[in-house]
Design a protein around this ligand. Structure first.
Ligand code: SME
Length: 175
């Protein structure tokens, strides 16, 4: 986990949130959504998604790797990512992996221990848990946010709520 320990508005808008037991708090989630609006203001499409993944990866210590995939035909194609390394999974068939499952089902998937989930496609040895949040436009899945965590059980229902709100923002400026 990165050494991030700032949650004080006097330290500025670009300061990462303090790690609080490695879990997002409701207050942090609220603050992050407001800061995200500033970070993506004026951007649309891919430029917006690039800004989003950078923001999430740099601001939330438990979000070790953050990607946004876009639906292209029967596949998910990696569109923007931020983290320590590139993934080999730049194209995932819908229905395959945790990513493909979430896209097919159209609902958020939280995997608290990836070693116990037979659907999991490994990207990084360090990954212990994962959350995948579909991005929809009028009920149709157009993409998804995929986040890897280096801790077991890194994602709670609050992360789900927060990232579903982020997904809505991504959908509003998808093209
Ligand atoms: N773990 C994902 C593949 C994408 S990587 O995490 C970047 C999956 O099981 O679908």
């Amino acid at each position: 986990m990165r050494d991030a320990e700032i949650n004080n508005s006097s330290r500025g808008q670009d300061a990462p949130l303090r790690a609080s037991g490695n879990r997002l708090t409701r207050e942090q989630a609220r603050e992050l959504l407001a800061r995200l609006d500033s970070a993506i203001a004026g951007f649309r499409g891919r430029a917006c998604r690039e800004a989003m993944v950078k923001f999430l990866n740099s601001m939330v210590p438990s979000y070790s790797w953050v990607g946004i995939y876009a639906v292209e035909g029967k596949d998910l194609v990696l569109d923007a990512w931020a983290g320590p390394a590139a993934t080999e999974h730049t194209r995932i068939p819908i229905g395959k992996g945790v990513c493909g499952f979430a896209a097919k089902a159209g609902r958020t998937e939280i995997v608290s221990d990836v070693s116990k989930d037979p659907r999991y496609l490994q990207c990084f040895l360090s990954t212990k848990s994962e959350i995948v949040v579909p991005i929809t436009d009028q009920g149709v899945v157009v993409g998804e946010i995929d986040i890897d965590g280096d801790q077991l059980d890194a994602f709670s229902s609050l992360d789900r709520e927060f990232l579903e709100a982020v997904a809505k923002k991504a959908s509003n400026v998808w093209t």
